[in-house]
Structures are given as structure tokens and as C-alpha cells.
Ligand binder design. Structure first.
Ligand code: BTN
Length: 260
């Protein structure tokens, strides 16, 4: 499905979570491509129940999509959203990488994240399944705008490029790119996989993985599997397919201060 030339944009100066608002709009039948955007969020949500701190200056938006995709493929929409953000941001002179499944990193610092949520098929009022792609990017905010310990962990487009950016233009470019990549997923996932693999933050790094209260598994990042899972290779060569849980990068991968 392709969106209207000018998709509907619902703006808020402040929202609890644009994803929550978009889920509600989707239930009410909002069309493919509708975007909810807020200048700041008071209850921004991230993956695994985490909060996403959303001070003014960031881009906080949720896009309602009604793709013609099997449920198993909806997972790939998150990967497509990451690729859409990276390819647009690259035009601004930066080179973000993707930490599976949903984080954008520049160097060792988080630039943004993606939270994709779906509504149950059978209860969607419009009779069409929909997915909400929530995108949060640190654009004109600066690390000092975040509470501790985040100033040491986040970066922003402005911090890297030393200038401010037009949030509306950035939003429009990302939505267009997202629409085009998701439409492509309806034919094949190859383009998204290939673009995602070129931007794999974890590939070859020492990482650990933990799911719920399970054991911590150590290994190296071994890339995306054909179904969108991430792979961790343990020292004995065993490959763990990762579908959920938390992936962490080990400290020995950290770039030491002063090192180029
Ligand atoms: C993560 O870092 O785990 C994902 C963060 C996703 C944040 C975006 S901001 C817009 C949308 N609204 C939310 O509440 N979350 C997403």
C-alpha cells in the first residue's frame, strides 16, 4: 500500500507518547501514512518497557501503516524504519549504525530508537491490520538536556553537525523513505536486509544477550538472519538466534578517550 501524496499529520506541542495516540487513531480507522508528532513527550516509551526521555528539540513521531504483509513480516518493519532513518540522516553528513533491532548509534552514543507496535488483527475497527512505527531521534536537543546518566550515553544530530535542523523536513523525508521501503517489503525483504546489513553496529563486536531472567550468553555479533532475527556466535561456534531480550556491547569494544 502506498500513502497519499500528503499524508495527514496530527501535531501536539506535548504528548504522553505519540505511539499511544497513534494506536488509538489506528483503532479508529486512521489511514495508512497518518503521522502523529509531538514537540516533546512526557511518557515516551522504548523497547522492553523502558522509557524514552524526550526533551524539546527531538523528533518524536509515530507513523500508522497498513501494509499488505503477513504477521511474520511485520517484524521487518522495524528494520525498515531503522534503514529509513539512517539513509535520510546520511544526507545530513553523518553515518549512524543500527543496533539490532531498533537503536541508532553514532560512535558509541545513542542517537535514537524505534518502537514498532501492532494492534490485534481481529479488533481493528477499520477491518485492516495496522502497525504503528514510533521513531524518536535526538535532533536539536543536546546531551546536557537529558537527565543523568544519559548525557554520557546519548548524542544528537546537532551535536555532531554543529547546527540546528528543520524537524518538519526531516520528518517528511523519513516518512517518504519508510513508505517506500515498507512497500518494497510487500515484494521482497532483500533490499531492507541488504541496507540494514551495511549498517550493522554489532557485527563482529563482543556482545552479551539476556532474555528475561535467563542466563547471560556471551559471544560476538554475527549479523542478521534471513527472518530478521539477530545472531550471536559463542566462542565454541554455536549460533544463538535472537528474537527478544537485551543485547549489550562489552566494555572492551568501547573506544578509549583520545583514541582516533
Ligand atoms: C527505544 O529506544 O527502545 C525505542 C524508542 C522509541 C521512541 C519513540 S519516540 C516516538 C514514539 N513514541 C513513543 O512513546 N516511543 C516512540
Amino acid at each position: 500500500m502506498s500513502m497519499q501524496a500528503k499524508p495527514a499529520v496530527v501535531r501536539y506541542p506535548e504528548a504522553d507518547s505519540t505511539n499511544s495516540l497513534a494506536l488509538e487513531l489506528g483503532r479508529q480507522g486512521a489511514s495508512h501514512g497518518t503521522v502523529v508528532v509531538a514537540a516533546r513527550q512526557t511518557g515516551g516509551r522504548g523497547r522492553a518497557g523502558r522509557c524514552f526521555v524526550s526533551p524539546p528539540g527531538g523528533l518524536y513521531m509515530s507513523v500508522i501503516l497498513r501494509p499488505d504483509l503477513a504477521l511474520a513480516y511485520l517484524r521487518l518493519v522495524t528494520l525498515a524504519a531503522g534503514v529509513a532513518c539512517c539513509t535520510v540522516l546520511e544526507k545530513y553528513g553523518i553515518a549512524p549504525l543500527l543496533k539490532w533491532p531498533n537503536d541508532l548509534y553514532c560512535g558509541r552514543r545513542k542517537l535514537g530508537g524505534i518502537l514498532t507496535e501492532t494492534a490485534p488483527y481481529s479488533t481493528a475497527q477499520a477491518g485492516v491490520p495496522f502497525v504503528v512505527v514510533g521513531i524518536g531521534l535526538n535532533v536539536n536537543s543536546l546531551p546536557a538536556d537529558f537527565p543523568p546518566p544519559l548525557p554520557n550515553l546519548v548524542t544528537s544530530l546537532s551535536e555532531i553537525t554543529h547546527r540546528r535542523h528543520d524537524l518538519d523536513m526531516l520528518r517528511r523525508e523519513i516518512v517518504l523513505q519508510l513508505d517506500s521501503l515498507v512497500a518494497g517489503l510487500e515484494q521482497s525483504a532483500e533490499t531492507v536486509f541488504s541496507l540494514w546489513r551495511q549498517r550493522d553496529f554489532l557485527l563482529g563486536k563482543n556482545i552479551s544477550w539476556q532474555e528475561a531472567d535467563g542466563p547471560v550468553v556471551h559471544g560476538t555479533g554475527a549479523g542478521l538472519r534471513q527472518d530478521g532475527c539477530y545472531r550471536l556466535r559463542t566462542p565454541d561456534g554455536f549460533i544463538h538466534p535472537i528474537l527478544a531480550g537485551v543485547l549489550k556491547v562489552h566494555r572492551e569494544n568501547q573506544v578509549k578517550p583520545g583514541r582516533p
